[in-house]
Every structure is written in C-alpha cells, then in structure tokens.
Design a protein around this ligand. Structure first.
Ligand SMILES: *C/C=C(C)/C=C/C=C(C)/C=C/C1=C(C)CCCC1(C)C
Length: 254
C-alpha cells in the first residue's frame, strides 16, 4: 500500500514518506494519531452526554468536552508537524496545555463550588498551573544549560496544585461537604494529579542535560506526553462523568 502511495505525484510522495512512519511502526507517530482520534471521540462523547445528566453537572461535562476538544485540535496540528519534520511540536504542546490545564483547575472549582469554593481558590490553582507551564516551556526551549533549574521551578508550581488538592482549599471543602460522591471523585482525581501528572516531569527529564538524558531518545519526550495526555484528559473527564451519572440517578430516585 505504501509503495502505491510513493509512486503517486511528488507532492503526495512527501506525505507518503511521512505517513510511512506510521506503517513502519514509529511509536511516537502512532500515539499522535491515536491521541487525536481518542481526544476527538471523547469530546463528542462528553458533549452528547451533557444531555443525560442533572442540570448541575452540565457545566462540568461541557468543560470536559472543551478540554478534550481543544486537545483534539492541537493533536491534529501536532501530528502533522511531527510527521512533516520529525521534531517535537513544543509550541503547540504548550499552547494546548496553557488552555487545558487551567480548565482542569476549573473542574476542581466546579466540583467544590456547591460547597462554598470561592473564585480565589480557582485563581490560586490557575496561578500555580501557569507557573508550572511557563517555567516548563522556558526549560524546554532555552537549551541544555538550565533545563534542570527551570524544571525545578516548574515543579514548584505543580506541587502547589497538589498541595491545594491534598491539604489546601480543595481538601478542606471536600471534607466539609460531607458528600460521599465528591469524596469519591476527589480520591480518583488525586490519583490523576499525582501518578498521572508525574509522567510529564519524567518525560521532561529525557531532555539533554537532564536526569534521564541518554536513557531514552530525546524525541521520546512526545511518547511520554502523548500517553500522559490521553490518561489525564480523558480519564479525568470520565471520573467526572461517572460521578455525574451516579448523582443524577440518585437525584431521580429521591
Ligand atoms: C492536559 C495536560 C496536562 C494535564 C499537562 C500537565 C503537565 C504537567 C503536569 C507538566 C509538568 C512539568 C513539570 C512538573 C516539570 C517539568 C516541566 C513540565 C511542564 C513537563
């Protein structure tokens, strides 16, 4: 099949060479393709399922749809960029994260809002996430010398978010809510932001000059990021979806 494509016009043969990366089993190219489809399918799913939950859950599902939808569009471009150049689409990646990570903070806010979350809580989470992303971006693009330092600064932003969820405002509101549904959702979301999110700094450490450099190829950073994005964006949305469905069923019975 790929030879057939290669014999087509020269314009097409550039595409076919890029595409043959997939048939030749380039795992990074494959995860860009699967990531794109999975994000798109999830966005459609969350948008449609908005209709089957209690009104108070609709915004949460909308935000889950936006997170995966925004990621789908970025994966579309990142996939093409990677196929055309063989390089990491770092700028697209960070534009995606700058939109989607604050939206994940919004999810934490929406879950705890019925129990008194204030916009200052949301603001703190967003500041933490922006610090994490801005320092991470500088670290990835400013060369070999200081990427450990920028990575450490970025990790402080990350740890701040973890702190807010485990011991700060979000933890306090969850405890005060006396809601088993919220406690369950938080339990799962905590696993996502610790285990799931920790894949990203591990990926970052394959950069030259960093702690895991040489153990993996530099380009495998995208493998880490693509797998982590699928787990975190889709999984996070599904946790919220399952709580919404369970609570909707309870509300109907009552
Ligand atoms: C949907 C995208 C998500 C959930 C992205 C999360 C990204 C991170 C948790 C990134 C963290 C980083 C560090 C903690 C240090 C090194 C630099 C980063 C930006 C990779």
């Amino acid at each position: 099949m790929s030879t057939l494509f290669l014999n087509a016009t020269s314009a097409m043969s550039a595409d076919a060479t890029a595409l043959s990366r997939i048939t030749n089993g380039d795992p990074i190219a494959i995860t860009f393709f699967i990531g794109y489809m999975a994000m798109l399918a999830s966005a459609v799913f969350f948008f449609f399922e908005r209709g089957s939950v209690d009104p108070k859950w609709k915004i949460s599902l909308l935000v889950s749809g936006l997170i995966t939808g925004i990621a789908a569009v970025h994966y579309y471009y990142m996939r093409d960029f990677y196929l055309a150049t063989g390089q990491s689409p770092t700028a697209f990646r960070y534009v995606d994260w700058t939109l989607t990570v604050p939206l994940m903070c919004v999810e934490f806010y929406l879950l705890t809002k019925p129990f008194g979350a204030k916009s200052s809580t949301l603001f703190k989470l967003i500041i933490g996430s922006l610090a994490m992303l801005i320092f991470g971006f500088i670290g990835e693009t400013s060369g070999i010398d200081n990427n450990i330092m920028w990575g450490v600064l970025s990790t402080l932003g990350y740890l701040y978010i973890v702190y807010e969820v485990f011991a700060g405002d979000i933890a306090r509101l969850t405890k005060e809510s006396n809601s088993p549904a919220l406690a369950n959702a938080m339990f799962l979301l905590k696993i996502f932001i610790t285990l799931g999110w920790s894949i990203y700094p591990i990926g970052y450490m394959v950069l030259p000059g960093n702690l895991l450099s040489g153990m993996f190829e530099v380009s495998s950073i995208d493998l880490f990021y693509n797998v982590a994005d699928a787990i975190n964006k889709i999984g996070f949305g599904l946790v919220i979806y399952s709580v919404a469905i369970a609570e909707t069923a309870k509300a109907k019975k009552a």
